[in-house]
Design a binder for this molecule. Structure first.
Ligand code: LER
Ligand code: MN
Length: 272
C-alpha cells in the first residue's frame, strides 16, 4: 500500500521552495496527524537543526513516521555539490549528506539527493560529472545501508540539473552503480516537464522507484494543476509501488489548504 507524507521545511534560504509546512515542526506534525498523513518529510538546514529526542517524541505522540530527509540545504545554504571540481568541496558535500543520513537513519528515513547532485559544464564534462555522481552515490548508498535505509536519488528537470532528467536515464544510472541500495525519486513535477508520458515513465522505473513527490503540473498541490492522476495512480499500483507519496508542493494557497487538498487527492487516487 502506498503511504502518505507531507513536507516540512525549516530552511530559511528555501523560502520560495515547494514545501507545504514551514518553520514550526511541532505544529506541522500535529496538523499532519489530524489530517491522516502517515508520515512527514523534513527539509532541515543540517543534522543538528532538530533535536533527535524531540523529533522522536513528536513522531510518537502524533503516530507519524519520518518518510525522508532532504539534503538540499547542503547546496542552498552551504554551496556544496557532490560533483564539484574541487575535491575538498566534494568531501564536504559527502560529509554533509552522511550527517543527514545519520540524522534520518535511526528513524528509518532515507536521505534524498536532489540539488546536491549539481551540474556539468565549464571545465567539467558530462561524463566526468556522471563519474563523480556515481562515486558519490556508491559511497553514500553503502553508508545508508547501515541503517537498512536506501539512499534516494532524484532526477530533476532541465532547469535544475543537466545530469539526469528522466526516469529512464535514472534507471541506467542505477544499473551502473556498484550496489543496489540507491533508489529513484519520481517527482511528478519534474516528470511532467521531461517525460513524454508520466505513466510510461513510472512503469520504466519499476523496481527502481523508492520515493514519490506527489504534486501537480504547476507545482501546486495535487488537483490544482492539469496533471492526469488516473494513469499515474494506475502505473504506481501496477509496478507494486508501496513506499511514500509525499506532498512536495508550494504552500498554495496556504500551508493548511495545501495539506488538506493533497490528502484528499491521495485518498482519492492512491489509497488502497
Ligand atoms: C527540487 O526541485 C526538488 O524537487 C526537491 O525534492 C529537492 O530539493
Ligand atoms: Mn522533489
Amino acid at each position: 500500500m502506498i503511504k502518505s507524507a507531507v513536507t516540512i521545511s525549516l530552511v530559511d534560504e528555501a523560502r520560495s521552495g515547494p514545501f507545504v509546512f514551514w518553520d514550526d515542526l511541532a505544529a506541522a506534525c500535529k496538523r499532519a496527524a489530524e489530517l491522516g498523513y502517515n508520515a512527514v518529510e523534513i527539509f532541515a538546514p543540517g543534522p543538528d537543526a532538530v533535536d533527535s529526542s524531540e523529533l522522536a517524541s513528536l513522531l510518537e505522540d502524533n503516530k507519524l513516521d519520518l518518510a525522508a530527509v532532504g539534503t538540499g540545504a547542503g547546496m542552498v545554504k552551504h554551496g556544496l555539490s557532490l560533483t564539484s571540481t574541487d575535491a575538498d568541496q566534494r568531501a564536504k558535500a559527502i560529509g554533509f549528506v552522511q550527517s543527514m543520513i545519520d540524522f534520518g537513519g535511526p528513524f528509518g528515513a532515507p536521505a534524498i539527493i536532489g540539488s546536491m547532485q549539481g551540474k556539468w559544464g565549464g571545465e567539467l564534462s558530462k561524463d566526468a560529472a556522471l563519474n563523480l555522481l556515481r562515486d558519490a552515490l556508491n559511497q553514500l548508498g553503502e553508508y545508508a545501508a547501515k541503517y537498512s535505509t536506501p539512499l534516494i536519488y532524484e532526477p530533476l528537470n532541465r532547469y535544475e540539473t543537466n545530469l539526469i532528467c528522466t526516469v529512464a536515464d535514472g534507471v541506467e544510472l542505477m544499473k551502473s552503480l556498484s550496489m543496489d541500495n540507491v533508489k529513484l525519486l519520481a517527482d511528478l513535477f519534474h516528470l511532467q516537464i521531461e517525460e513524454v508520458d508520466l505513466a510510461d515513465a513510472i512503469r520504466a522505473g519499476a523496481g527502481y522507484i523508492g520515493h514519490v513527490h506527489f504534486v501537480d503540473s504547476n507545482r501546486r498541490p495535487a488537483g490544482c494543476g492539469h496533471m492526469d492522476y488516473g494513469p499515474i495512480a494506475a502505473a504506481l499500483k501496477e509496478i507494486g509501488y508501496d513506499r511514500y507519496a509525499s506532498a512536495e508542493a508550494f504552500p498554495w494557497p496556504d500551508p493548511d489548504a495545501a495539506a488538506v487538498q493533497t490528502i484528499k487527492m491521495f485518498n482519492e487516487y492512491l489509497q488502497g
